[in-house]
Ligand binder design. Structure first.
Ligand SMILES: Cc1cc2nc3c(=O)[nH]c(=O)nc-3n(C[C@H](O)[C@H](O)[C@H](O)COP(=O)(O)OP(=O)(O)OC[C@H]3O[C@@H](n4cnc5c(N)ncnc54)[C@H](O)[C@@H]3O)c2cc1C
Length: 464
């Protein structure tokens, strides 16, 4: 088969999404791509999820589902077993390994394409922060914080989760408790009760923290744990696409009840619906999407994004021992003092205001959910130029079904694309690897075959 002309793709963000996309582009059978991968961290493949050095921070998806390649489902398992001598042994693909190891795996995907100097003729890995993106008629430019500019045919944003810088007085959940200087006997208040809170509690326990830990969120919901439940087979024809939220939830609850009555596990239904969640989201009426985000999202999240059984055991132990307390409540006020902070709060459904003296407050409410509040300079530059717009629900930037970034006037770009969590407005279920790997493979295939009126042909970098 003859190969088509080469294209230069610039990927901004070298976390898992950026690396998976680079891999797909560089392995495309009919089109040569030159890929420039721009990452601000010192190493690629880790991003926010897989940089944690704490061995107790485990994957929250079992090994069997974490292959980076959609057409080789056991790729990660084979990689793991091939290095069994130096990795913690995993008895079978249904286990959960430390996330750091997964970061090693993702980084290893591009290693064969790099020469000794860390570069190859087709792959350039650039360390730096992209602070601006521009789109011309025939090319695109990514500007770095040190003034370098990279010129290419297409840019794909894979900037991932937008972490909020913590408000003054709050500790950053991505900094370990020991580095943050939390004293072992301090009472620690954690805002949020999601998986970031779980990670932070594990870090406190690893550090030998003795003081009380209080995790507070509006509903006080804790993520459920995984069990060895197979996803049930749900026929696409029976899924009520396009109906309103109430009808959809009624159908879903009915499915769960029937499955449980048959001796099954509710997890089987939650996982069984997964192949259809992107279509369900796409076809959900806008008003239902809004209602889902307001009322059902927190419930869905704790059932869908589950923790490893080992993690559950540690958290359950801390809860039963009274070391960790989960509170459904709302902060009324925080008064910093010499010992930390005096916190006033109200439990959910109660009027009485309660007080609490804590030594530290950690903000685990985590990821910026409103893209207008982004602190990412690359994303901000798109908004400022009108090259991107926020979706009507304010959960992401607007992208077309084929990942093209939609501009202020509603026109999808021919040269600017996005993958991963940034595209959640269009796909919703696009946070975890099983969905991201499929998205990256599909985008690579599309970029390889699409023939523009003006061919993509630019490879180049301008010095500062
Ligand atoms: C704590 C945590 C645990 C998770 N665990 C799992 C799990 O076990 N299994 C699973 O399937 N999913 C998990 N996820 C979901 C996760 O979203 C995906 O697995 C995946 O890591 C997303 O990768 P990403 O590259 O899109 O985003 P990120 O991991 O956020 O990476 C984005 C990268 O882009 C870089 N970047 C951003 N802006 C710029 C810029 N302007 N210039 C240069 N570089 C930039 C960042 O430095 C970062 O490295 C987890 C998520 C989190 C937050």
């Amino acid at each position: 088969m003859s190969r088509s002309a080469s294209r230069h793709a610039i990927i901004i963000g070298g976390g898992a999404s950026g690396v998976l996309l680079a891999y797909q582009l560089l392995h495309h059978p009919t089109r040569d791509f030159h890929v420039t991968l721009i990452e601000q961290r010192p190493d690629i493949g880790r991003g926010l999820a897989y940089h944690s050095g704490n061995p107790e921070h485990l994957l929250n998806v079992r090994v069997a589902n974490m292959s980076a390649l959609p057409d080789e489902p056991d790729h990660f398992w084979r990689w793991l077993t091939s290095r069994a001598a130096d990795a913690p042994l995993c008895p079978d693909p249904y286990c959960f390994v430390p996330r750091r190891i997964y970061g090693d795996y993702v980084a290893s995907l591009l290693r064969p394409l790099m020469s000794d100097g860390g570069a190859s003729p087709r792959l350039s890995i650039v360390q730096g922060t992209c602070v601006g993106v521009s789109e011309g008629e025939t090319d695109v430019v990514a500007m770095l914080d040190d003034g370098r500019c990279h010129i290419g045919d297409i840019i794909v944003l894979a900037t991932g989760h937008d972490t909020r810088s913590s408000s003054p007085g709050y500790l950053d959940p991505w900094v370990s408790p020991s580095s943050a200087g939390i004293a072992a006997d301090d009472a620690v208040l954690i805002l949020g009760s999601g998986l970031t809170m779980v990670d932070y509690v594990l870090s406190l326990l690893t550090d030998g923290h003795r003081g009380p830990i209080i995790a507070m969120s509006r509903r006080g919901l804790l993520a459920k744990a995984h069990r060895r439940a197979e996803p049930m087979r749900i026929d696409e024809a029976e899924v009520p696409f396009g109906v309103g939220l109430s009808q959809l939830l009624r159908w879903f609850r009915g499915r769960v009840e029937a499955h449980v009555a048959d001796g099954g596990d509710w997890r089987g239904v939650v996982d069984g619906i997964r192949p259809y969640t992107q279509r369900l989201w796409r076809e959900l009426p806008p008003i239902s999407k809004r209602r889902f985000l307001e009322h059902a999202r927190a419930w869905w999240d704790v059932h869908r994004h589950r923790m490893a059984p080992e993690v559950e055991a540690r958290i359950a132990h801390a809860l039963y021992a009274g070391h960790l307390t989960l509170v459904a409540g709302k902060i009324i006020g925080i008064q910093p003092n010499e010992a930390g902070a005096w916190v006033r709060y109200r439990r959910r459904g109660q009027r009485e205001i309660l007080d609490l003296q804590v030594g530290a407050i950690v903000d685990c409410t985590g990821i910026v959910k409103d893209p207008r509040a982004t602190t990412n300079p690359a994303v901000r530059s798109l908004f400022d130029q009108g090259l991107a717009r926020v979706d009507p629900l304010c959960i992401g930037i607007e992208t077309s079904a084929d990942c093209a970034i939609v501009n202020r006037d509603g026109v999808p770009s021919r040269r600017l694309f996005a993958v991963g969590p940034l595209t959640r407005a269009a796909f919703w279920e696009i946070i975890a690897i099983p969905d991201i790997r499929t998205q990256c493979a599909a985008l690579a295939a599309q970029l390889a075959t699409k023939d523009e009126a003006r061919p993509f042909e630019h490879i180049g970098a301008r010095p500062p």
